[in-house]
Design a binder for this molecule. Structure first.
Ligand code: PLP
Length: 378
């Protein structure tokens, strides 16, 4: 049994004193207001980018330097840049919201800062001070605030990422890195509302093995999940669910979302963080909110056989996937080679719906923020 890694959510607070001054270079050709308004009407997900981005450089011996806010646009890379060969790359994803009273807030950004640092450590990359990470988000939100949708479902999706930029083909941790933050105006993740998704159980592929990079938010994990996701689509499913890499028996998570099961006594179960699962901030928030409601929440392994049997017997009433982008996605049908089963009645269960609403209401400033998760930016 491997010991669980330290949870990024439970890590000590950011050490103070690490600050960088950002040089602001406003985009000389920002998108005209009428054109921006047109792009914000139906932005979808990850297609509409704002006028600016943040860049910060790192060099061994020099540390982090040259923090800038500048025009969004292509970056130039040496073809020998290490990331293009050995994939030293990590990222984060979080949202900024425009509240009804005009405030602009982020949801639990310090948790993303801590997880980014934990991912960097796993990938042998330098640690960006958490305060610099938070400041970089604020700077970008401030300059691009007009790009935050004011619609009920809209938000500004922030994408901090870092990669090895050193031009060198030797295999070792690079000596130079580039950190960027881009922002994308997004609408509802699912056009036409939240609908139950169909899951494909991958028998052939796994996502992460013990000792591997499953708990780090790195691009490589996503690259490794795409063949399985393509297989899911071929079988008429929306998403793939990965089994553990050792026994191919226990449920790990989806390619980019964690998973929860809801039982007939109102309790919840989610697989434990043993190093192969990404410690989702949505996952952590749901555990807390469910316990606030007096529900029992267990972090324990759930086998595919148990999932199938409990769904068929009716002991398991609901299942859902969760992550920042889509918040909560109900799971209706689960398909395996040669058979399938349905969770509950295949629709959106009441516990799933109520947890989704509670979380979204906190994020949107409509419900009391008892845990200090909502951070004001503007
Ligand atoms: C980002 C991610 C999640 C969800 O994390 P949140 O912090 O809730 O957005 C879950 N699984 C994987 C593999 C991820 O990369």
């Amino acid at each position: 049994m491997t010991l669980p890694p330290p949870s990024p959510m439970g890590a000590p607070p950011a050490s103070g004193g690490d600050r960088l001054d950002f040089e602001i270079h406003p985009n000389p050709r920002p998108v005209a207001p009428a054109e921006r308004a047109a792009r914000l009407v139906n932005p979808g997900f990850g297609r509409v980018f704002t006028d600016h981005m943040v860049t910060i450089r790192y060099a061994e011996g020099k540390g982090w330097y040259d923090a800038r806010v500048e025009a969004y646009g292509p970056i130039s890379l040496d073809p020998a840049a290490a990331v293009l060969h050995y994939a030293q790359e990590i990222f984060e994803g979080l949202k900024a919201y425009h509240l009804a009273d005009g405030r602009v807030v982020m949801f639990r950004p310090e948790a993303n800062a801590r997880r980014f640092a934990a991912s960097a450590e796993r990938m042998a990359m330098p640690r960006l001070p958490e305060q610099v990470f938070l400041d970089s988000l604020r700077e970008l939100i401030k300059i691009d605030r007009e790009w935050i949708p004011t619609t009920e479902e809209g938000s500004l999706y922030l994408r901090p990422f870092m990669f090895a930029s050193e031009a060198f083909l030797g295999v070792r941790p690079a000596h130079e890195y580039l950190y960027l933050v881009t922002a994308s105006s997004v609408g509802a993740y699912f056009a036409g509302g939240v609908k139950p998704a169909t899951m494909w159980i991958s028998q052939e592929y796994t996502r992460a093995a013990p000792g591997g990079t499953g708990a780090a938010k790195c691009g490589g994990n996503y690259a490794a999940s795409l063949a399985a996701q393509a297989e899911a689509i071929e079988h008429g499913c929306d998403q793939v669910v990965f089994l553990d890499a050792v026994r191919r028996e226990y449920i790990d998570e989806l390619g980019g979302m964690n998973i929860f099961f809801v039982y007939d006594d109102g309790s919840l179960v989610t697989p434990p963080l043993t190093g192969t699962i990404l410690p989702g901030i949505t996952r952590d928030s749901i555990i807390t909110l469910a316990r606030d409601e007096g529900r029992r929440v267990e972090e324990r392994p759930v086998s595919l056989a148990e999932w199938r049997a409990d769904a068929r017997s009716g002991r398991m009433r609901e299942a859902f996937a969760c992550g920042t982008a889509a918040v909560i996605t109900p799971i209706g049908v689960v398909r395996e080679p040669g058979s399938e089963f349905t969770v509950g009645d295949g629709g959106t269960g009441p516990v799933t719906e109520s947890l989704r609403r509670t979380l979204v209401d906190i994020q949107r400033g409509r419900a009391e923020d008892r845990h200090g998760w909502v951070h004001r930016v503007l």
